[in-house]
Design a protein around this ligand. Structure first.
Ligand code: SAJ
Length: 407
């Protein structure tokens, strides 16, 4: 029997598995997706992340393995996606439910299941546990639950896995101690133990806080743009106040966390979430504002075709290859099909994207007059010379010059 099985080897499950596997023996990763398991067994990682290959190598040395059929383990850590229902704004917990049912069907009694996936407050009590009960299990007797929401940021995952503090929600102090010891094998940060619902709530609150702060920055950007003020200068000055810390405006909020988790609160507390809802709306409308600015800049520079416009950056943020909910894709959705097919797209991390043609870097720069920077990948530093000869709309505040427009 394995010590720990990680269920779901995506953006969170895989780094967690490999980190744990570098520190303890008896760790196994399980995923339904055959391609993922085959590639991991062949030594290939299915997404890029700094330092991931190093922890892969040390986990493998330590005996970590991957499987497509659910193995027997003492503890299971579930890291599967938790989308939300577009209509109701409530969590769609089907993947977590399937994982828990799958685990209990195979593992039987005395299993500990740690949910790492972000879930709306009350999901374990109200959604998962009733299903588990119907299967004949009794909580805290023959099945034990914990919620250990992840906190790692893509681009710095390995460092943050080791150094960030963690929250562990449990029903039972003894289970809390056991899970704390497990996470403490690799995590140097504080590990705070609380109840399950508080852990569920605190995770969603963290991402919602960031969404609201970014929305404030984005709203300021619009105000400043209206009055010809430099929003970055204003935020820089305000942030010198010891109790002010405004984040940066940008083309929108992407990824599968910050743009999703606030809905878990809106969906369940619709009458109490005016601010959270407004922040979501401000951030979701940002790509539309960017499109309006692109059209203004095109007009000012006598550019009348989108074929002379290029979007630099397709991923949801810099130096990662993840395009989920990316502001660029949100912007393309606001454009009509004809304009969309004319506009040029380039991203050093993206070679292909369903429904769109991605240019090679040389062709991209040769064919466009206006470059819109939507993601400030470090790779951009290599292009500073060519960018001097273009009109640039820099939505990330990384360039300066007479040819550069800002949000
Ligand atoms: N963004 C801005 N302005 C900023 C910061 C970010 O517009 O000042 C945009 C980014 O460009 C991106 C989006 O917001 O499109 C989200 O990026 P992010 O770097 O803020 O966050 P994520 O989604 O990569 O990771 C977040 C983190 N949560 C918090 O910082 C509270 C991470 O710690 C979580 O583990 C992760 O969500 C998650 O999985 O929940």
């Amino acid at each position: 029997m394995y010590e720990v099985c990680i269920v779901g080897l995506g953006y969170i499950g895989l780094p967690t598995l490999l980190m744990l596997g570098s520190y303890i023996e008896g760790v196994v990763g399980y995923d339904l997706n055959e391609t993922i398991i085959t590639s991991l067994n062949a030594g290939k990682l299915h997404f890029e992340e700094e330092g991931l290959i190093d922890v892969y190598n040390s986990a493998i040395k330590n005996g970590t393995c991957f499987t497509q059929s659910i193995p027997l383990a003492k503890t299971y850590i579930v890291a599967v996606p938790t989308p939300y229902d577009e209509k109701t704004k409530k969590i769609d917990a089907k993947f977590v439910i399937n994982a828990v049912v799958d685990i209990l069907t195979h593992a039987g009694n005395d299993t500990t299941i740690v949910i790492e996936s972000t879930i709306s407050p009350g999901t374990i009590d109200k959604v998962i546990y009733p299903i588990v009960q119907k299967m004949g299990f009794e909580r805290n007797k023959n099945v034990f639950f914990a919620h250990a929401p992840e906190r790692i940021i893509p681009g710095n995952m390995i460092f943050e896995l080791k150094h960030n503090s963690r929250t562990i929600g449990v029903d039972d102090v003894e289970v809390g101690k056991k899970i704390k010891e497990l996470y403490g094998s690799f995590c140097d940060g504080d590990i705070i133990i609380t109840d399950i619902k508080s852990a569920e709530m605190s995770k969603v609150v963290e991402n919602t806080f960031r969404d609201i702060n970014i929305a404030f920055a984005n709203e300021l950007a619009k105000i400043c743009s209206e009055d010809d003020l430099d929003v970055y200068e204003i935020i820089k000055i305000a942030n010198h106040h010891p109790r002010v810390n405004i984040l940066s405006p940008g083309p929108g909020v992407g990824g599968h966390c910050i743009s999703v988790d606030p809905w878990f609160l809106v969906g369940y507390y619709p009458k109490l979430t005016k601010l959270i809802r407004a922040a979501r709306d401000v951030n979701s409308e940002m790509p539309k504002f960017i499109l309006k600015r692109i059209l203004e800049i095109m007009k000012q520079n006598n550019i009348d075709s989108f074929s002379e416009v290029g979007l630099y950056g397709i991923t949801y943020k810099e130096n990662v290859d993840d395009t989920r909910e990316s502001p660029t894709l949100q912007l393309l959705k606001f454009m009509d099909q004809k304009d969309c097919s004319r506009i040029k797209l380039y991203d050093p991390y993206v070679d292909e994207l369903k429904g769109y043609e991605i240019s090679q870097k040389d062709t991209f720069y040769k064919s466009v007059k206006l470059v819109v920077i939507l993601v400030s990948h470090n790779e951009l530093e290599q292009d500073l010379d060519v960018l001097k000869s273009k009109i640039v709309f820099d939505t990330k505040n990384v360039l300066n010059g007479e040819n550069v427009y800002k949000i």
